[in-house]
Structure formats: structure tokens, C-alpha cells
Design a protein around this ligand. Structure first.
Ligand code: SAH
Ligand code: SF4
Ligand code: F3S
Length: 444
């Protein structure tokens, strides 16, 4: 058995993909290890979404190149989104032996044992979903797991590299999704997060011509697998998020009351240039529907500061939208131009770096206040929390999340990992709730 070490960058889809790769390798004479120093093969699963993400990976590859000089038998494969984007350029890096894109992982065992020659495998597929491969849950052991339900993206948001590096959108057979989740429940898992770049456009068309399965239907089927299994999903797209999904969430107590709905900007001019397919008003209308159909639902978002031609007025519109929605959480970025995207081809990246940073900082400051206010409003309330593990800060505490996706820390009491507990919130910061167990329920 040859030890392999896999390092994962980027989004949850990459975490899920790394677990597919770990299965393919562990079925073919390799075994996972926890440190690159112990490995015969290092795999780096990469992200291209921002320039900073790519720079981090290149710095890591430089380190692996130094390791290889000491141990020439060490082999390195670059996987993921940078593989598709940079191709030969990556193969020329002194650390790199293979460059394998997101739709070519089935080739890995053959490539690693040298029975297959060409070290560059980056062709994208219109059909590959790895539906039949059971992920080796080495990155998400025990309680919560990711389940990829679709791959690729057809949306062409102007700033975004994902459609170019991940290829066309395709949905995975719902039967294989349900089977995977039933296995997870049998193995003791208590939470799954269904993954796709735009889950709202999930659509499975059966070959026999029977009724197609859309996302609301899939969600309904997954939620029905076990009342003890929490279901989450990400990412929703405001232009495709319909009320049917909200009603399905309302009908199932085990579908978590949380929606990640990236807005990107609060300005209609910028949303249009971004090719997002909705206006500020339409976004706010979606939020109103969520609040009406799912009272108390947690709402999080993604925001980009300093997209092409963004003015101070546009930026103020983003701040005012944040205030209007009162997001519970947000991931916030400054715009990073990606080669060959619509924006790179058609617009000038004309907001000065210092201005991007200043705007991003204002967005972060505002969100810190909104997150703190949102958490303060939860103090003295009671929430169902799934116990996920030991708190980083103290061995005496456990952590878990509320359905609304807030991290909650509390003294262990008589609970164990995997329990459902009711927690009364006693205090908070902008990032965490602190509470105490009222009782163990072990039901949702
Ligand atoms: N499919 C998801 C996530 C895409 S990537 C979606 O549609 O929202 C995650 C986030 O990265 C995006 O929501 C966006 O906020 C950010 N992002 C994508 N491209 C970017 C770029 N070129 N510069 C800065 N942030 C970017
Ligand atoms: Fe990128 Fe837009 Fe697709 Fe999300 S929906 S992955 S932001 S192109
Ligand atoms: Fe994910 Fe980054 Fe690729 S965000 S899809 S790993 S470009």
C-alpha cells in the first residue's frame, strides 16, 4: 500500500471531490495518510476562484518541489480547478508530475501506477457525476457529510471562472443520491449538505420519459429518508430560487432553516454588469418570501466589493441592501479579475486596489455589526443543536450548529457527539453563540 496525502483548497465541492478521489485511490492499492512527509504521492486539489487562492497553491507547490529535491521518489498530482485553467503551465512546475482536472479523476489510479502515459488530463465532461463512487469520508468523518448532487455551472456570472474550469451543468441521478445518503444514515451520520453551484436548477430527466425530478422534489425525497437526519444544501441562486423549495423546507422539520443566497451587490447597475439575472428589488422580494414562508430562517450571503466600474454610490447601495436584509452571516471578497471571464474580456478592472480594500472593510465592519445583532437577538432563546465535536477553545465544551447555521459552544454535560440537544443561549460574540444544554432530545 502506497501512502497518499490529499490537500484541499476552495469550496465544499472540492472537499467532496477529494473524498471521491480518496475512494478511487484506496480501492487501487493506496492508503490515506495525514502528513505530506509520510506520503509517496501528494495530491493537491486546487481552486481558481480568486488570484489569492491560486497564489496560495503555487506557494505550496514550491514547498513540495523542495521536498522532492530531497526525496526524488515523491510524486505530486495537481487536481481541481487550477488544473483546467493552467494546464501545461502547471505541468512545467518542478513539483508537478500530473495535472488532472475535475472530470478526469477516474483516470488517477492508472496515471499514478504509470500504466497510462499522458500526464495532462483536463478534458471536461458533459455527463460525469461520479454517481457510482462512494466517497471515502476521510475529510468529514462521523456526523456531517457533503453529498454532491450536480456538477459544473451554466450561469456565466461575468466575474466568475467556475463555468470555465468545471464545465457544463449536469445533475446526478437521484437514486444514487438517495442510496448514498441511506448508507450515511446507516453509518451513523446525522447531517448531509447537498452541494451544487446552483442547486435550484437541479433537474434529473429519467431516460424512460417519466416525470423529471427538480430540486424541491429531490429535497423532499432526501428529507424523507430519516427523521433523524438533518438536511442542508448550498448554493441557491436568487434568480432560480422558487417558492416550491421554501414550501418543501417548511413541510420538513429536518430540513435546516437556513438559506445561503449570494447577492454579490446591492446595485442594479452592477448586478446587470455581473450578469446575475435579478435586480435588487427581485432579490428583496425573494428575501420577503423566505421571511413569510420560513419565519426565523437564517440567511447568509456572498458579497463582492469593487467590481468593474463600481462607484461609491453603487457601494452604498450594497451597504443599504445589507441593512435591509440583515444577513446573519456573509462571505465577503474584493473583486479579483479572472482571465477570459466575461468581465475580463469586456470591462476594465478600474476600481483601485486601495479603494477595493476600503470598501471591503466597510462591508466587513457592517456585517460584523449585523452578525452581532443577529446573535444578540438569539440570547435567552432555545435552539436544537446537533453535537458535532469538541470545541477548539476548551476540551470541556462541545460545539454544534443551530438549524440557522450558527456555531454554538456549550459545556458537554451528559451529551455525546451525534446527539441532538436543546440549548439555551446565554451569551454571544459576532461569530458564536454560547449556551447550556437544557435536555437531550435525540430527535428533531
Ligand atoms: N456558485 C456559488 C459560488 C461561487 S464561488 C454562487 O453562485 O454563488 C463563491 C463566491 O466567490 C461567489 O459567490 C462570489 O462572491 C465569489 N467570487 C467568485 N468569483 C470572484 C472573483 N472573480 N472575485 C472575487 N470574488 C469572487
Ligand atoms: Fe460562478 Fe455564477 Fe456559477 Fe456561481 S452561479 S458558480 S457565481 S457563474
Ligand atoms: Fe470551488 Fe474554487 Fe473551483 S470555489 S468550484 S474550487 S474555482
Amino acid at each position: 500500500m502506497i501512502p497518499f496525502y490529499i490537500e484541499t483548497y476552495g469550496c465544499q465541492m472540492n472537499v467532496s471531490d477529494s473524498e471521491v478521489v480518496a475512494r478511487l485511490l484506496s480501492d487501487n492499492g493506496y492508503q490515506p495518510c495525514n502528513r505530506p512527509e509520510e506520503a509517496g504521492v501528494i495530491l493537491v486539489n486546487t481552486c481558481s476562484v480568486r488570484d489569492s487562492a491560486e497564489k496560495r497553491v503555487i506557494a505550496r507547490l514550491d514547498q513540495f518541489a523542495r521536498m522532492k529535491r530531497k526525496d526524488p521518489s515523491l510524486k505530486v498530482a495537481v487536481l481541481g480547478c487550477m488544473a483546467t485553467r493552467l494546464k501545461e503551465e502547471l505541468l512545467a512546475h518542478p513539483a508537478v508530475d500530473w495535472v488532472v482536472g475535475p472530470d478526469s479523476y477516474r483516470l488517477l489510479p492508472g496515471l499514478l501506477d504509470a500504466s497510462q502515459a499522458a500526464p495532462l488530463q483536463v478534458k471536461l465532461s458533459k455527463t460525469e457525476t461520479y454517481a457510482d463512487i462512494k466517497p471515502y469520508r476521510c475529510l468529514t468523518p462521523g456526523i456531517t457529510a457533503f453529498v454532491t448532487i450536480m456538477r459544473g455551472c451554466d450561469n456565466m456570472c461575468a466575474y466568475c471562472i467556475v463555468p470555465y474550469v468545471r464545465g457544463r451543468e449536469r445533475s446526478r441521478d437521484p437514486l444514487s443520491i438517495e442510496e448514498e445518503i441511506r448508507d450515511l444514515v446507516a453509518a451513523g451520520y446525522r447531517e448531509v449538505t447537498l452541494l451544487g453551484q446552483n442547486v435550484n436548477s437541479y433537474l434529473w430527466k429519467p431516460e424512460d420519459g417519466s416525470t423529471p425530478v427538480n430540486f424541491a422534489m429531490l429535497l423532499d425525497r432526501v428529507a424523507g429518508i430519516s427523521p433523524l437526519l438533518r438536511v442542508r444544501y448550498t448554493t441557491s441562486h436568487p434568480k432560480d430560487m422558487q417558492d416550491d423549495v421554501l414550501h418543501t423546507m417548511a413541510a420538513h422539520p429536518n430540513i435546516c432553516n437556513h438559506i445561503h443566497l449570494p447577492v454579490q451587490s446591492g446595485s442594479n447597475d452592477i448586478l446587470k454588469k455581473m450578469n446575475r439575472g435579478y435586480t435588487r428589488e427581485q432579490y428583496l422580494e425573494r428575501i420577503a418570501s423566505i421571511r413569510r414562508i420560513l419565519p426565523g430562517c437564517g440567511i447568509s450571503t456572498d458579497i463582492i466589493a469593487g467590481f468593474c466600474s463600481e462607484t461609491e454610490e453603487d457601494h452604498l447601495q450594497t451597504l443599504s441592501l445589507m441593512e435591509a436584509v440583515r444577513f446573519d452571516q456573509a462571505f465577503m471578497f474584493r473583486y479579483s479579475q479572472r482571465p477570459n471571464t466575461l468581465a475580463a474580456r469586456h470591462y476594465r478592472d478600474d476600481v483601485p486596489e486601495a479603494e477595493k480594500i476600503a470598501r471591503l472593510n466597510r462591508i466587513i465592519d457592517l456585517q460584523n455589526r449585523l452578525s452581532l445583532e443577529s446573535n444578540r437577538a438569539d440570547v435567552r432563546k432555545v435552539f436544537e443543536v446537533l453535537v458535532e465535536g469538541v470545541s477548539k477553545r476548551s476540551d470541556e465544551d462541545f460545539f454544534g450548529r443551530t438549524q440557522t447555521n450558527k456555531v454554538c459552544v456549550f459545556p458537554r454535560g451528559n451529551s455525546t457527539v451525534g446527539d441532538y440537544v436543546r440549548i439555551k443561549v446565554k451569551s454571544c460574540s459576532a461569530a458564536t453563540l454560547k449556551g447550556e444544554i437544557i435536555n437531550k432530545t435525540n430527535r428533531i
